[in-house]
Structures are given as structure tokens and as C-alpha cells.
Design a protein around this ligand. Structure first.
Ligand code: ZN
Length: 249
């Protein structure tokens, strides 16, 4: 079957003398692995269109019985060049596609997830600062798309919204009040909870970019999201890109 669809490039590796194997998240077929024959040869028709973070339109020969599909054509729609060339912001973009990669399975179609990722990368590409907040927006929304929307308005265990609590912990279902918390391992301040609520309500990563947060609060929000992701995503142990961007606050 010949398929034409939009896709985001997650990663690639060299194959044999001149080819590349790529993992892509397509709008209409979900995640696929494709082989781009001759992609590394001089004058290749794929030149400049196969870099991670890129938004492309591709044509592939797809056979459901095969794990590796044959890429016939790939046109670059947007390389998100500002993002991919920024030493400071690029790790956030890589964290987005890394998280997308570990939470998706081959051939599972998820158009809302495709749109969310595209919207996030576009916002990061246009961001002059705070790109990490677009990553937090993405983390909050991907959790929701995967079906694990955290309870942030009141304690996920007793259901009470105790106004006097200044500290919460992050649990399996969302925030947990001090009365119900059995450990103080994953503390989240009230200000961080307010930021998490804002991200949950926001309908665009652009709204996340407008926030002005201290570095301490950014770290708090990021940690709370990581803890929640670890509860729900098998094999999530923090992202490879995370250690790179830790230093950028
Ligand atoms: Zn409680």
C-alpha cells in the first residue's frame, strides 16, 4: 500500500554503506520504522529532510507484515531550525521526541498526540526563552492523552482541598495532602501545584511560555511531573536529554 502522510522524525541511524533507518511518528499510521535507501549518498533525494525534530511529508510503501517500511519520498515541511540549532533549547526538543518515542507503540495511530507534539515543537522553535516550560506543558498533556490525568484540585486520596497545606506530595493519582501522605519523598510546594494546574488548564504551549517562574519553582514543577510520569510509564527513568538541560534551569 502506498501511504502519504505527515510525520515527525524521532531518530535515525546509519545502515550499510549509504542508507539510513529512521523512526518516525506519522499522523495517519502512528509510529513506523522506515528505511531510506541511499540517504547518505551524494545528491540523495532525501538530503536535509531526515534530521530528528523535523516535520516532513512522506510517501512510503507500507506492508503490515513488515517491521521496516520502505521510504520512497520525504519532503521537509519544517526542520524547526531555530530549535535544533540552539544549544540551550535543543535538549528540550529532544526530550519531547524521546518521551513520544518511549510512550508509543508501532502502528498505533494517535492524531491528538501527533498534533500536540507538532504544536509543542513549533512553540519551542519560536521561543526566545523558557522553552523548558513548553516541555512541561507537553509532559502534562501527554499524561492526559495516555489516560492518566492527575488530580490536582484536591487530594487524590481523601478528596479534600485543604487550604492550609503549603506542601503536598506527588502520588499515583495526583497530589496528596500532608494528612494522607505516607512519605515526604516527593514534595511539591503549593506554588508548584498552582503552576501544574495552570499547565493542565492551558490549551496551548504558548501559554506556558508566558509564565515567569524562578529557577527553584521550575525545578519543583519539573520534578513533580517526572515523579508522576515514572508512576505511569513503564521504563521511564528520566530522559537521556534531562542531564543535559539540568544546567539550564
Ligand atoms: Zn488527603
Amino acid at each position: 500500500m502506498i501511504v502519504t502522510t505527515d510525520a515527525l522524525i524521532l531518530k535515525g541511524m546509519k545502515y550499510r554503506e549509504t542508507s539510513r533507518i529512521l523512526t518516525m511518528f506519522t499522523r495517519d499510521c502512528g509510529k513506523v520504522s522506515v528505511i531510506a535507501k541511499g540517504a547518505r549518498a551524494q545528491g540523495s533525494r532525501f538530503y536535509g529532510a531526515l534530521d530528528p525534530l523535523s516535520h516532513v511529508r512522506l510517501v512510503m510503501y507500507k506492508k503490515d507484515s513488515r517491521d521496516l517500511q520502505f521510504l520512497s519520498q520525504c519532503d521537509l515541511l519544517d526542520s524547526h531550525r531555530t530549535l535544533s540549532c540552539s544549544i540551550e533549547h535543543m535538549p528540550f526538543g529532544l526530550a519531547v521526541i524521546e518521551l513520544l518515542n518511549i510512550t508509543t507503540h508501532q502502528d498505533e495511530i494517535n492524531i491528538p498526540l501527533f498534533e500536540l507534539t507538532l504544536q509543542t515543537l513549533r512553540s519551542m522553535n519560536a521561543a526566545t526563552k523558557n522553552a523548558v516550560l513548553a516541555l512541561y506543558y507537553f509532559e502534562m498533556k501527554i499524561i492526559e492523552i495516555l489516560g492518566f490525568r492527575p488530580q490536582l484540585d484536591r487530594c487524590a486520596i481523601c478528596g479534600l482541598g485543604r487550604e492550609e497545606d503549603e506542601e503536598f506530595t506527588m502520588g499515583f493519582g495526583g497530589i496528596v495532602c500532608t494528612g494522607c501522605s505516607s512519605n515526604n519523598q516527593f514534595q511539591v510546594s503549593r506554588s508548584a501545584v498552582e503552576m501544574l494546574r495552570y499547565l493542565q488548564r492551558a490549551f496551548s504551549p504558548k501559554l506556558a511560555l508566558e509564565l515567569e517562574l524562578s529557577n527553584a519553582l521550575k525545578t519543583d514543577v519539573g520534578n513533580a511531573l517526572r515523579v508522576f510520569l515514572q508512576h505511569h510509564i513503564d521504563g521511564f527513568r528520566g530522559l537521556k536529554s534531562e542531564s543535559v538541560f539540568a544546567s539550564f534551569g
